[in-house]
Ligand binder design. Structure first.
Ligand code: PNW
Length: 499
């Protein structure tokens, strides 16, 4: 038996990651998982093909073409519904371990109901999954990347508690149909983004319900319960046989205090709680439930508004326990960072106003040429990973999205330096801060329909020519750069994406 002092030293070494094989500064461990991502509405097209039902993004863009910056929508997008074999070919050449894609709920269940299955939709994902596996690529499936069946939205969507039952039915169909081959599941992609579909006053996010400070919290409440239902269902009925993992993909900017004043530090913490803790605390914290800070602020504001109950719904004790711990890993999407100070902004009421923070950016941060929000701040990713590691019980983390947008150039040197600098920060979080990151997923394999920005903002490591009905795909320099990193597990110095 080693002495207790020796054991302590060993423990420290293990915790610091120093004993993990391959844990050197520019090298990822041998078993590290590299992948690339997409989402159904952004790439598939075939919006009404072969019996697919209408989704909320179909409805929104058809009714409001002006909500798209270039008039593009998901009707055809990258036509991956027909061209998925080409996508898999590219993924194989890129050398990924996994492909993170999402399933379109209305494609397999046109109304969202489990008694109404669309067989061609089921077949599409069977074909995609089999094609991936035949090429040695693991499917990493997101159940919900924002395309709710319109039929369910007509019942109130995420604001109606009945959605939890429908989501559980949907999850059951997915486990039953694909669970023999899919071992990585995420229930939701970026709740923080899609709850804005129930709050934003410009209506730009489907389903364009403008109920800030009420609709977004209601949607949050129900999606958290739905997540837990899907997790428990897997645990109770599928895990033993299918041996997969179930989690959720959360996103946030890193929020850095504007100055080191106590007030700014507190404001930055509030920003993290409102953007990330709202979803993470109920699932990943030791005590569960919404962050106490949110409970207090939103309850107080609700009272001051003369309400009889809080705009943030309340979980019963049983429900807190039911949701707590429903994860096998944490999916993390990161793009950018903001500076935070305290102050009141946004609609009254709204989540923004409840948070009591004002955000800005440092003008010296490089900016994506095509984005209004993407500032390049690699160190924010390390701080975020380490903050999660310290605040939520050192979860196993898969970076489920990280990437850079431009107008679509093939010589995308800025994208290469974005990937390079961000992967370097991931390694620092692992090796120097002891965080348990096991995978990194680039957003995105293809230029795709970037929601309201259409194709004016492109995230792909492959260019897609959308003027050509054949939607030809062409690898960019960043494709070859990533290929090299994925192959060698080493961050290459070159920024020219040498082939
Ligand atoms: C994510 N922001 O969305 C989504 O998961 C993807 O569907 C999307 O294409 C990708 O990131 C790039 O935008 C985000 O304004 C949308 O901070 C907006 C923001 C962040 C993420």
């Amino acid at each position: 038996m080693p002495s207790s002092r020796l054991r302590l030293l060993l423990l420290v070494a293990v915790v610091r990651g120093a004993m993990r094989p391959g844990a050197v500064n520019n090298r990822f461990p041998d078993d590290f998982l590299f992948g690339a991502a997409s989402a159904s509405y952004q790439v598939e097209g075939g919006w009404d093909a072969d019996g697919k039902g209408e989704g909320i993004w179909d409805r929104m863009f058809h009714e409001h073409p002006e909500f798209s910056r270039d008039g593009q929508n998901g009707d055809v997008a990258d036509d991956s519904y027909h061209l998925y074999k080409e996508d898999v070919k590219l993924l194989k050449e890129l050398g990924v371990n996994h492909y993170r894609f999402s399933i379109s709920w209305p494609r397999i269940m046109p109304t969202g109901e489990a008694n109404n299955i669309n067989q061609p939709g089921i077949d599409y994902y069977n074909n995609l999954i089999n094609e991936l596996l035949d090429n040695g690529i693991q499917p990493m499936v997101t159940m919900y990347h924002w395309d709710l069946p319109q039929w369910l939205q007509d019942l109130g969507g995420w604001t109606n508690p009945i959605i939890v039952d429908y989501f559980e039915d949907y999850a059951r169909v997915l486990y039953e149909t694909y669970g023999d081959r899919v071992k990585w599941w995420s229930t939701f992609n970026e709740p923080k983004s899609f709850i804005m579909g129930y709050s934003r006053d410009d209506g730009l996010i489907a389903p364009s319900i403008k109920k800030p400070g009420v609709g977004d919290y209601l949607a949050t409440h129900h999606l958290l319960i739905a997540h837990a239902r899907a997790y428990h269902l897997y645990d109770e009925q599928y895990r033993a046989k299918q041996q997969g993992k179930v989690s959720i993909a959360l996103n946030t900017d890193w929020h850095e205090p504007l100055t080191n004043s106590t007030e700014d530090i507190a404001a930055a913490d509030r920003a993290m709680q409102f953007d990330f803790g709202l979803f993470a605390h109920p699932i990943f914290s030791t005590e569960g439930d919404y962050p106490p800070l949110l409970r207090e602020r939103i309850d107080n504001n609700s009272k001051a508004e003369g309400r009889t109950r809080s705009r943030l719904p309340v979980f019963s004790k049983e429900m807190v326990e039911y949701i707590r711990g429903t994860y096998d890993f944490l999916g993390l999407n990161y793009y950018s960072t903001t500076l935070v100070t305290s102050g009141l902004t946004g609609d009254n009421p709204s989540r923004e106003r409840d948070s009591g923070i004002i955000e800005s950016v440092d003008p010296s941060w490089p900016t994506s040429p095509s984005s209004t929000w993407l500032k390049v701040v690699p160190w924010g990713l390390r701080k975020l990973i380490t903050w999660i590691h310290q605040n939520y019980n050192a979860p196993t983390i898969v970076i489920t999205e990280n990437g850079y947008s431009d107008h679509g150039t093939l010589e995308d040197t800025e994208r290469i330096s974005y990937y390079k600098s961000h992967m370097t920060e991931v390694l620092k979080a692992m090796n120097e801060d002891g965080a348990h990151v096991i995978g990194y997923t680039a957003w995105s394999i293809l230029d795709n329909l970037e929601w309201n920005s259409g194709y004016t903002e492109r995230f792909g490591v492959c260019y897609v020519n959308i003027s050509d009905p054949a939607r030809p795909r062409t690898p960019k320099a960043s494709f070859y750069y990533l290929k090299n990193v994925f192959q060698t597990h080493e961050i290459q110095d070159t920024t020219d994406g040498s082939r």
